[in-house]
Design a protein around this ligand. Sequence first.
Ligand code: PHE
Length: 341
Amino acid sequence: MQQIINKICERALSELKGVSDSKSLDELRVRILGKKGELTGILRSMGQVSAELRPKIGQWVNEARETIENALAEAQKQIARRELEQRLESEKLDVTLPVQDRSEGSLHPMSLVLETLLDIFTGMGFEAVEGPEVEYDHFNFELMNIPKNHPARDAQDTFYVDDNIVLRTHTSPVQARIMTTRKPPIRIVSFGRVYRADEADATHSPVFHQLEGLVIDENVSMGDLKGTLDTFAKRLYGEGVTTRFRPSFFPFTEPSAEVDLTCAACRGKGCRVCKGTGWIEVLGAGMVNPKVLEMCGIDSKKYSGFAFGMGVERLTNLKYNVPDMRYLYENDMRFLKQFRG
Ligand code: PHE
């Protein structure tokens, strides 16, 4: 009997040498040690064995089982290590390979400039507000001191929806909406699309964008306006850029000024962009006309204010040296891709 057990044990150990994967290892385990396995079979046949021999045989079987189990465990370890190595080898990843280009979107240059402008003005304590693009004549013109038949109506070629409703020709009606509903102190910037019946060319478009500012409080002066716009110019285009005020006329401001900035392209030396003058006209501004304050229900003896309005396309083109306004609307990827942040 001992010999039979030893045979089983030896055969198991020699078969084990030929086993190289966990599946065949399991098969071997079941065949020898499983419920119906060879070694277990010996225990089962113990009924026919004499009582004094039984413990002996039990001991031999257990010793054999232990030897085989140890050998199986050792083989299992080696197989696991080999299988892991094989997996690592086959799943090798070359981290130096070039990556596939992900085509990422980017903000439109006008959005970049608008965000910068809003940062600049909210940083100075202005609140950003918006108003409707389809606007009452009342806010767009009347409250801005441009009555019907006023020649200034011709200066802004207007899209009329009907007799009383227009596509706003500037962002100034937002001033009127704020002044008629709030009490001073007021410090707002509004921005958005405006419409004029112009032909599109390098510097005109029937739809463009303005940013408007309005400050109303006691003792607001032209010096405050100048300081505010100087700060804006430096923050947008950098140190060395200043403003120059030229007398002008707007019905809603008195006095009024056209404001030039030092040409950002040549820093005032004179170049093609500024036509040799060193200055670029970018905005209109002035002290809010007392008549406008009164029409909007604000006491013009107690309060004064300043207002300014600028074209966002022009500011954008100056910032990025874009020679033609139409580039901003054509959505040519070759143009837009240059503004990846
Ligand atoms: N609304 C004027 C325009 O569109 C700009 C402006 C705004 C001028 C505020 C003065 C004050 O031309």
